[in-house]
Ligand binder design. Structure first.
Ligand code: NAP
Length: 483
């Protein structure tokens, strides 16, 4: 498919039900070729304000629809996303670099959030609470918070959007989506389908341009009542400072540095298979990626040799549209330089390179899948989020040491461990400092599960019934004179 020929490929923003442009534009680069293949508007401050105004104007009538009416439109959007699965995957793969098969799986995941919240829209229940005084009753109502902004990253250009927009819309909020400047076309394609689904003008808006400036405008606005952000911890902090002044509600899905612990009693075949998926999905560019492999001493060599063999035999680096390739490029030159310097630092401090370790020569931001052995806590890779196809293997001797290393991180998003011992399962799960745990699995994202972290990995949850709460206010009503 030629991406530019797709009716879903739009190089304009979607504001107040209209497709708008601007004089300033920014190129979007294909990370496999380092060549631009399209551009999007750098919206002016006034245009961003007009998106806020449109969302604000559309809010009362959108909120006024019945949950069933909102669910009906969400369901139509869901069906259209699935109908256009291949086109969406093609656009995403071109701008982000991931293999087409992975991009198609992300389209399914993106659609699953829309379907889930179309269903949840009808289950926003309130409460009645027994009152301690005679003649009075307590009733708890749930209401949409108002205009919401969804600021999203490049690594999952579609699913990070619907994880926010679908619950917001289901709750009765209107949304302004600000996608990453690396991957705006996926977001704009979703807007084409939302328009086709029949959402009223202003209910869904997509704005593009510099994140810093637009983020600031959204955070300062009195009309935007909630910002849901997914991205780096550094930008999350900035946004929180901005929202601190305006007292805008904020949820933050930030970086991660997941430990992947393999105990000696684990099923090693399973641990190796799951390690491969957890580490190398999206070429290691996921927030829940296994970033620190903690392997018990007695099985360290066996695990390492099986894992290295899998890396060697199964990973093929190449562009997203190359048949048989399963490792796409990194997003940009900065990402390549970051992992080069982490590897250099680790080798200087005593780590051993088992496989990979270098960028792939030629065009594109490709990097060899890499395994480092004998990694220790004093190395930079033990502290910094990697965001690339590098697997560092640490050693530990017992449960307490594994926990100590695993928790020795500012991040607290996901963690994984492998064991067949029930007592150990509870001990480790209860003592890991993170928001999500995979036990004997390396994949844990699902629309039905609460996704999110603690510590520097953020606050709030996405997906599941909990994800809806982020877009709802509680209003309590006290009825008196009932004697
Ligand atoms: P990023 O640089 O923080 O950017 C994320 C978004 O924020 C982009 O849309 C960006 O726009 C915008 N932005 C930039 N400066 C801003 C500001 N001052 N105020 C408001 N918004 C601003 O992150 P990224 O490089 O795209 O994504 C990778 C990071 O996301 C990793 O750390 C990863 O772990 C994290 N992540 C977390 C989760 C999770 O669920 N916890 C999921 C996926 C990714 P521009 O592109 O225009 O600058």
């Amino acid at each position: 498919m030629i991406v530019q020929d797709s009716a879903l490929f739009r190089q304009q923003c979607f504001v107040a039900g209209r497709w708008i442009s601007s004089d300033g534009r920014v190129d979007v680069i294909d990370p496999s070729t380092q060549q631009p293949f399209g551009s999007v508007p750098i919206l002016s401050d006034e245009a961003v304000q007009s998106a806020i105004q449109a969302a604000d104007a559309a809010f009362p009538s959108w909120k006024g629809l019945t949950a069933k009416e909102r669910a009906f439109l969400l369901k139509r959007w869901h069906d259209l996303i699935l109908d256009h699965r291949r086109e969406l995957a093609g656009i995403m793969s071109r701008e982000q670099g991931k293999p087409i098969a992975e991009a198609e799986r992300e389209v399914l995941s993106c659609a699953s959030y829309v379907e889930w919240y179309a269903e949840e829209a009808k289950r926003v229940y309130g409460d009645t609470i027994p009152m301690g005084q005679r003649g009075k009753r307590i009733i708890v109502l749930k209401e949409p918070v108002g205009v919401c902004a969804a600021i999203t990253p490049w690594n999952f250009p579609l699913s990070t959007i619907t994880r926010k927009a679908a619950p917001a819309l289901a709750a009765g909020c209107t949304v302004i989506i600000k996608p990453s400047s690396y991957t705006p076309f996926s977001a704009l394609a979703l807007a084409v389908l939302a328009e086709k689904a029949g959402f009223p003008a202003g209910v869904i808006n997509v704005v593009t341009g510099e994140g810093d400036r637009i983020g600031h405008i959204l955070a300062k606005s009195k009309r935007v009542r909630k910002i849901s952000f997914t991205g780096s911890t550094e930008v999350g902090r900035k946004l929180m400072r901005d929202c601190g002044e305006s007292l805008t509600k904020l949820s933050l899905e930030l970086g991660g540095h997941a430990p992947f612990i393999v105990f000696a009693d684990a099923d090693l075949d399973l641990a190796v298979t799951e390690a491969m998926t957890s580490k190398f999905r999206n070429s290691g560019q996921t927030c829940v990626c296994a970033n620190r492999f903690l392997i018990q001493d007695t099985i360290y060599d066996e695990f390492a040799s099986r894992f290295i063999k899998e890396v060697k035999n199964t990973l093929v680096v190449g562009p997203g549209n190359c048949t048989g390739c399963n490792q796409g490029p990194l997003i940009d030159e900065k990402a390549v330089v970051k992992i080069e310097s982490q590897i250099e630092d680790a080798l200087k401090k005593g780590a051993k390179l088992a496989i990979g370790g270098k960028r792939v020569p030629g065009r594109g931001f490709f990097f060899e899948p890499t395994v480092l052995l004998e990694v220790t806590c004093g190395m930079r890779i033990a502290r910094e989020e990697t965001f690339g196809p590098v697997a560092p293997l640490f050693r530990f001797s017992n449960e307490d040491e594994a926990l100590k290393i695993a928790n020795d991180s500012d991040y607290g998003l996901a963690a994984y461990f492998f064991t067949r011992d029930l007592r150990r399962t509870w001990k480790i799960a209860e003592n890991l400092e993170c928001g999500m745990i995979g036990v004997n699995t390396g994949v844990l994202s699902s629309e039905a599960a609460p996704f999110g972290g603690k510590k520097d990995s953020g606050m709030g949850r996405e997906g599941s019934k909990y994800g809806m709460d982020e877009f709802l206010e509680i209003k309590y009503m006290c009825l008196g004179d009932l004697d």
